[in-house]
Design a protein around this ligand. Sequence first.
Ligand code: GRF
Length: 221
Amino acid sequence: MKRARLAVLVSGRGRNLRALQAACAVGHIAADPVLVVSNDATAPALEFARQCGIPALALEHTAYASRPAFDAALATALRAVQPDIVALAGFMRVLGAAFVTEFEGRLLNIHPSLLPKYPGLHTHRRALTAGDHEHGATVHFVTAELDGGPRILQGVVAVKPDDDEDRLAARVLEDVELKIYPQVVAWMARGELRCLAGQAMFRGAPLAAPLGLDALEETFR
Ligand code: GRF
């Protein structure tokens, strides 16, 4: 089976990118990273991509007159590599409807909350402030609605009494994000997961609710 072509959009440290790259490198994901794009030229994720020999592109959003202009440049860069999957991994830009329409069905995002709770920013702080006993992360298809696309896989962690924002964020990242993202991309690369008319389809059946950590294959636990 032809290996999928994976593009990854980043803005920061790239811990999710590293997990995706490693899973591709050992064959846990039947995909090849073909491009990493960051809207911040100083993102450590870009340097990591270069060290791995993955084409790495900085598209500084400040260099573009408008959001549509940035989105158009990003679309042009992606079109050139013909990605089967575009994974937003710590990517901190909101993408416009025209961009999403062009790549919809191939666009994934990981968000550090149990969506639909806490779309947007500062999710760990909001969970702590609310006194939540559980928190986590969600991988979803990207649609024009910010953090609102069909949810695919979620992982839950307990909030501990001595948690602060950093401690909780680190646990969500380590215990959930770095497992669920490679798993979802692996399912996509195998053709087991699709987005059809705004609905996540997993192994031929619609996903009415996101899967949980119990759905993780041994490889990704
Ligand atoms: C992660 O918490 C991710 O969920 C969010 O951005 C944070 C940084 O991700 N979208 P990374 O280290 O750049 O992958």
